[in-house]
Ligand binder design. Structure first.
Ligand code: AMP
Length: 216
């Protein structure tokens, strides 16, 4: 990623591959990576006061209040001096507007990468997705069954609670209502990079890299 795309936010419906592609890009480009969703789930598991506050929203498959998402992301960014990749933030138009104010007028150097995947494909992926309860590992049900424990840290492998079919449908609806306006917002300010998220993680990664180079 060249200097212009050193600040990247990842947008897309649940299970579009934001986490997989975000971590890969971060490794390849030596950028810091932060997922607000993963951190929120960790806070809930750890029983922190933030976890207690956000837990009910996550259980209902609703977004947490903007002020909590903002506080989480900006606290993480405070320690960051180089380039970064934010997975799942900003996720509402008020968050995107407030984020632009914090980073400076319209953030010309920020790029928003939208991973486009249709609903049927998303539902299939979500049914197959498994993740580690301890680290960042994400894989398929077949991989999880073969490995038994997390291949990275030997932690327990599980399906995310919010990947159950009814939860997933609600998350897609919330995404369409609250996050599609963020996609439009970045498109209107010329900062949106739209990439098809269909294909193997390797294929999508190659496409993402190529597209980012062209839109840097
Ligand atoms: P994810 O792992 O990105 O799918 O996020 C899981 C859940 O965390 C979402 O369904 C939301 O409830 C919550 N969440 C993550 N990021 C945000 C955000 N920026 N604003 C509000 N809620 C968020």
């Amino acid at each position: 990623m060249d200097a212009d795309a050193a600040r990247l936010v990842l947008l897309g419906p649940p299970a579009c591959g934001k986490g997989t592609q975000g971590r890969r890009l971060a490794r390849a480009r030596q950028r810091s990576y932060f997922s607000t969703g993963k951190q929120l789930r960790r806070e809930v598991s750890a029983g922190s006061s933030l976890g207690a506050e956000v837990g009910p929203y996550l259980s209902r498959n609703e977004y947490v209040p903007d002020r909590l998402a903002m506080a989480l992301a900006t606290a993480w960014l405070e320690g960051e001096t180089g380039g970064w990749i934010l997975d799942g933030f900003p996720r509402t138009k008020p968050q995107a507007l407030a984020f632009d104010e914090i980073l400076g007028e319209k953030n010309p150097s920020l790029r928003a990468l939208f991973l486009d995947v249709d609903r049927d494909e998303l539902a299939e992926r979500v049914a197959q997705r498994r993740e580690c309860g301890q680290c960042c590992w994400v894989g398929t049900r077949a991989e999880a069954e073969m490995a038994g424990r997390c291949p990275t840290c030997a932690g327990p492998l599980m399906q995310r609670k919010d990947d159950a079919p009814e939860s997933f449908q609600k998350r897609v609806a919330v995404f369409e209502q609250l996050t599609l306006p963020v996609v439009d917002y970045y498109a209107q300010s010329g900062r949106l990079v739209r990439v098809s998220g269909v294909g193997s993680p390797e294929e999508v990664f190659t496409r993402v890299e190529r597209t980012l180079r062209n839109h840097g």
